[in-house]
Design a protein around this ligand. Structure first.
Ligand SMILES: [Ca+2]
Length: 165
């Protein structure tokens, strides 16, 4: 006689809400975010929901190709660090990210850094960056995500972003 399998389903740990450092700028309270697209099940809200780390909630672009996110601050912010996380488990791609800032409400932008990262399903699937900066009186911060430098037909993703003052 066969006994019934005793089983229990325990989902693998997903992203957890981590308390943000005290000097983190509250994006929800202090900025408007303008994005070129979002997909229905992976909205922009997921980048500021406190869910971080591998398996955490993420924004996925509504279309393939380069996307731009602009953070328009209600009042100028002094930014000392930019933190972001991106997870890509399905596609091997070479991503390029460019950050630009404005101190005159977006009339002019200047590039502050450009970052390349290689995602591979068998290798790196999770990117976390903490970039120290010295950016006083920022009115707008623009992040341009090119999901693949080689023009592979894929979507930009972003799990988390934070700015520290
Ligand atoms: Ca998230």
């Amino acid at each position: 006689m066969h006994e019934k399998l005793r089983k229990r389903i325990t989902p693998s740990a997903t992203g957890t809400a981590m308390p943000a450092p005290a000097n983190t700028i509250d994006i929800i309270q202090n900025a408007e975010v303008i994005a070129t697209s979002e997909s229905e099940n992976f909205p922009l809200d997921n980048i500021v929901d406190g869910s971080t780390g591998p398996g955490s909630s993420q924004w996925v672009a509504g279309s393939t190709g380069p996307q731009t996110l602009i953070f328009k601050f209600d009042t100028p912010q002094n930014i000392t660090a930019i933190v972001y996380e991106i997870e890509e488990k399905e596609t091997a791609r070479t991503q390029e990210i460019c950050f630009e800032v404005s101190t005159d409400s977006g009339a002019k932008f200047r590039e502050i850094l450009r970052h390349e990262y290689n995602f591979s399903p068998d290798g790196s699937t999770f990117q976390r960056e903490e970039l120290k900066q010295d950016l006083p009186q920022i009115t707008d911060l623009k992040m341009t995500i090119k999901p693949d430098k080689g023009h592979l037909d894929c979507r930009a993703k972003l799990n988390h972003i934070a700015f520290q003052s």
